[in-house]
Design a protein around this ligand. Structure first.
Ligand SMILES: C[S@@+](CC[C@H](N)C(=O)[O-])C[C@H]1O[C@@H](n2cnc3c(N)ncnc32)[C@H](O)[C@@H]1O
Length: 299
């Protein structure tokens, strides 16, 4: 077997990318060559572009789901589940740093959210959590099933425009025996009319592809859902992701035209401040690829 690391010697490819190229070399060498040339910015024929695109979609359930709807939670749920696959491409998506970091984001939220919830439980009789763009809302489901299954003073509302994600969330919540604590609400969060204000509002995996102005508008809109003294936890991809796993990002852009707006702490802090929040702090996943900001609305 040739060492694919050498083939792309101008580029640093990590273990996961090297394994993908080694597998493609056996499965379809033309596709492997296309991927390397395309990544290097060398000319590639339209025929080869079409062949490689079809090859990726025919051989990857995960990337097909992503290409069909890049912002959908179906993609992130694959990364949370991490079920091993016989597809070398799907295995790459699960093993690459970007893929692992999405799972690590969930782990970080599951670790930090209970601490924040406890702060509010120590001050308030009841704690209400909102999850905007929740997908199935696995983060809250997991936190509730681990810590609050029998609690009587905590509830959550998961809001998403994707009816299938919410249907999946209802099943997950039932399986984990926390369905009595969570409401699932279908709709565009811009139009959500909240009967109650939230102590804690999550906005995870929503801002990443959006420019600064759009993020500011979303955070401004979210203020009306929060109680005085409440907090917004919003995530964004950091520049470390772009720097440390450009190959995975290149594949996402090529297949799904999915581009991200990487923001570091200073940028996310400015977004919070311009939207009328006092920035408190941020926490990251273990790869440092996702930053979760925490800010309190100023009324
Ligand atoms: C990448 S998924 C993230 C899901 C979940 N928050 C997580 O961390 O796994 C983004 C979700 O935001 C939802 N979404 C995006 N814009 C929305 C809007 N305006 N109203 C409601 N949901 C929205 C999408 O339907 C999708 O389920």
């Amino acid at each position: 077997m040739k060492n694919n690391k050498k083939l792309v010697e101008n580029f640093e490819l990590d273990e996961a990318a090297t394994q993908l190229l080694d597998a493609l070399e056996k499965e379809n060498n033309r596709v492997k060559d296309f991927l390397i040339n395309s990544y290097k910015g060398l000319p590639v024929s339209l025929e080869m572009k079409e062949e490689a695109y079809n090859y990726f979609l025919n051989n990857s359930v995960i990337l097909t789901a992503m290409t069909t709807n890049p912002g959908s939670s179906v993609f992130t749920e694959f990364l949370y589940d991490r079920v091993s696959s016989s597809s070398s491409i799907d295995n790459y998506v699960l093993q690459c740093k970007n893929g692992r970091a999405v799972h690590a984001r969930l782990v970080a939220i599951e670790k930090e959210l209970p601490k924040i919830i406890e702060e509010y439980r120590s001050k308030n009789d009841n704690v209400l959590i909102g999850n905007l763009g929740s997908g199935p809302g696995r983060d809250i489901i997991n936190v509730f099933s681990t810590h609050y299954r029998n609690a009587s003073n905590i509830r959550a509302v998961s809001i998403d425009k994707d009816v299938n994600a919410l249907r999946r969330g209802r099943v997950m919540a039932k399986v984990q025996k926390v369905d009595h604590l969570i409401d699932f609400c279908e709709g565009n969060f811009f139009k959500y009319d909240s009967p109650d204000k939230f102590d804690i509002l999550l906005l995870i995996g929503v801002l990443c592809p959006l420019d600064t102005e759009t993020c500011i508008n979303i955070l401004k809109m979210a203020k009306r859902f929060l109680k005085k003294g409440g907090c917004l936890i919003a995530s964004n991809v950091t520049k470390k992701m772009e720097k440390e796993d450009p190959f995975a990002y290149f594949i996402m852009k090529w297949l799904a035209s999915w581009s991200l707006v990487f923001k570091d702490e200073e940028e996310l802090k400015k977004i919070y401040e311009k939207a009328g929040y006092a920035w408190k702090e941020g926490f990251r996943d273990s790869y440092g690829f996702h930053l979760m900001g925490i800010g309190a609305p100023i009324f």
